[in-house]
Every structure is written in C-alpha cells, then in structure tokens.
Design a protein around this ligand. Structure first.
Ligand code: OKP
Ligand code: ZN
Length: 333
C-alpha cells in the first residue's frame, strides 16, 4: 500500500493543551510521527494541489482566519501559541471581529488545539497528503495518508480536538469533484468525528458512519449520539455507534458489522477510513481495550467490503505502540 507523508507536517508544534484546570504536555506531538514512520517504511511526497480542494470544505473566512491567526496573535502582543478562552455559548451569527481573542473563541471549540506559527503549514500539508493518497486510491484501489495534524473534529468553519482542516472531508469532496458519485466515510477513531458529521449532515452523497466512545462520557460530548441520523437530503446518511468505555473486540466487531452494513447500503464508489489508533487499551487519553492484533481484524473486515479504500490517520497517542498498531491496521489491506 502506498503511503504519503510530507515533512512540512512537522511544522505544528503545540506547546501544550489545557484541561482539568491546568496545562498538560500536548498529546498530539511530533513523536507520533517518528513512531509511525519507523513502522511503515518508505513514504511518498504529496503534490501541491493548492487551496481549491480546501475551499470545497472550509469557508473562506475560516481559511483566512486559520492562515493569519498566529500572526494576529503576535501582532496583538501575545507570546507562544494562540489559544481560545472565551466562546459564544449562544448560537452564532456572522460578524466581523477586531480582536484575535474573539476570533479564536468564534472559530475554536476547545482549549486542546493551539495555533502556533507553523500550524497552517502543517495542516495544509496534512490535507495535501490526504489528497495525494486519495488520487493514488482512485488510480490503484487503496493508499494511506499519514495525516498529522488530524482532521475529523474540524468543521467547515471551526477547529478543535487537535484538528484544523478536515482531511477526510477534503478527500471526499475531491473524489466527488473528480467524478465519483457517492462516498462513504467510516470513522474508527476513539472520538466521534463531529467535524465530518457536521460537514455532511444534510447531504446524501456522503454517508458517514462512526464508532466511538459514548459522548455521554467522552469528548467531544456535544455530538455523536445514536439519534443523530442526518437531516434533509442527508436523513439516514449519518450512523453513530457509540460504545461504552472498556469496549473490547467482540462488542467492537458487532458495531463494525453494523457500520459496514449501513455504509454498504449507500452503494459508495469509494470508502474513506478515518483511522485512529486511540482505541488501543494503553492509550493515554482514551478508554477502549482493543489489542494490537485487533487492528488487523478491523481492516480485514473493512477490506472485505471490496471498495477502493483510502485510509487517513486521525488519533492515537500511545507512542510506544502507535507504529505497531498502524502497521497492523495497514496489513489487512
Ligand atoms: C483527537 B482525536 C484530554 C482532553 C483532550 C481532546 C481530545 C482530542 C482527540 N483528557 N481532549 O480524535 O484523537
Ligand atoms: Zn481520537
């Protein structure tokens, strides 16, 4: 399986994240990259397909914000990473902002996702990596994009959950733009892919299925319940399968069967897998109990759907096992 990766994805160097009332070392750090690169071997560089594929998913004002946010932060006299700290709890309306503080809270939904001087560059090349792997998949039936930063928590006009650009959504839109009629996205990260869900919630051409920790107990808390099934044209095209903390392979396998049946019924031309290895038992921020060998079982089941399949990296924070878990997952294809 061809693997894509660009060294410019290292430019995002989060200085920390805020939760439980204090700063912690960033879970989504560059050590993850080396763990994965060591395990998967040779990678290829993405081409630069420009901003247009990003614009199919993200609003122009959000892209302008993301590109300039850290510079605005510095101009405002701040040091270190730009962090949101005040959020519009009431429903938002479009408005112009003069303060970077306001923009950060408007476009960001948590305090885990700092914007540093290299965040735009890294997120841009993470998205280009997804696009390169998409085109390899369209040509050859499958590929892996080592996306970092990840993407599935980012919506059309928001960042959060270590995600700034939604790589899976950008790949899905590019596939549609190049003539595919229907795409399915299967999200097997531990956390619900709220950004991807939001982007396609009222669309019938992109089916979204997600297996994740129940938002009753886990981040991102405000999305991911089973009764979120899509709306308008997208009614029935969103399938959430929340699972309890402590989930092991037997229960996971049942949910995977349900997800594959659901997305199979949508008759997609292409499957995009948002893959997180944070379902592993030893993950430092997550609470499922999958084992390394289970990743091959998951991917074997996915591969048996017989669809062209693009795998994109999302989370996975146990650096000591990340390489093995990713390699095990890819081995099933
Ligand atoms: C990103 B992905 C830790 C709080 C951190 C952010 C989690 C982001 C997960 N207790 N919250 O889906 O792997
Ligand atoms: Zn995750």
């Amino acid at each position: 399986m061809r693997c894509f990766w660009d060294e410019r994805q290292r430019a995002h160097v989060p200085q920390g994240e805020f939760f439980n009332g204090k700063m912690h070392a960033a879970a989504e750090h560059r050590g993850r990259i080396d763990a994965m690169l060591d395990a998967i071997g040779a990678t290829e560089l993405p081409d630069d397909r420009g901003i247009e594929p990003l614009q199919r998913v993200h609003s122009a004002d959000y892209l302008d914000f993301l590109r300039s946010a850290h510079e605005q932060w510095v101009t405002a006299g701040r040091e270190g990473d730009a962090f949101p700290y005040s959020f519009p709890i009431v429903r938002r309306r479009p408005q112009a902002f003069d303060r970077i503080d306001a923009s950060l809270g408007y476009y960001g939904f948590d305090t885990s996702s700092p914007i540093g001087p290299g965040t735009w560059e890294a997120a841009y090349w993470s998205a280009q990596t997804a696009l390169a792997a998409l085109h390899a998949t369209l040509d050859e039936g499958g590929a892996f994009g080592l996306c970092r930063p990840p993407g599935h928590h980012s919506g059309s006009d928001y960042f959060g959950g270590y995600c700034y650009l939604n790589n899976a959504a950008i790949a899905a839109e590019a596939a549609l733009a190049s003539g595919r009629e229907r795409v399915a996205i299967l999200d097997v990260d531990y956390h619900h892919g709220n950004g991807t869900q939001d982007i396609f919630y009222s669309r019938s051409d992109v089916f979204f299925a997600s297996i994740h920790a129940d938002p009753a107990t886990d981040y991102p808390f405000f999305w991911g319940r089973a009764d979120e099934t899509g709306e308008g044209d997208g009614a029935g095209a969103n399938l959430n399968l929340p699972l309890v903390r402590g989930t092991r392979w037997p229960e996971y396998e049942r949910a995977l069967g349900t997800a594959l049946d659901g997305l199979g019924n949508s008759a997609p031309d292409l499957l995009i897998v948002s893959f997180g290895a944070d379902t592993w038992g030893g993950d430092p921020i997550s609470h499922f109990q999958l084992e390394t060998a289970d990743y091959r079982s998951i991917s074997t089941r996915i591969a048996s759907a017989g669809l062209p399949t693009l795998v994109l990296m999302e989370g996975g924070y146990a650096v000591e096992a990340l390489g093995a878990n990713v390699a095990e997952f890819l081995s099933g294809f």
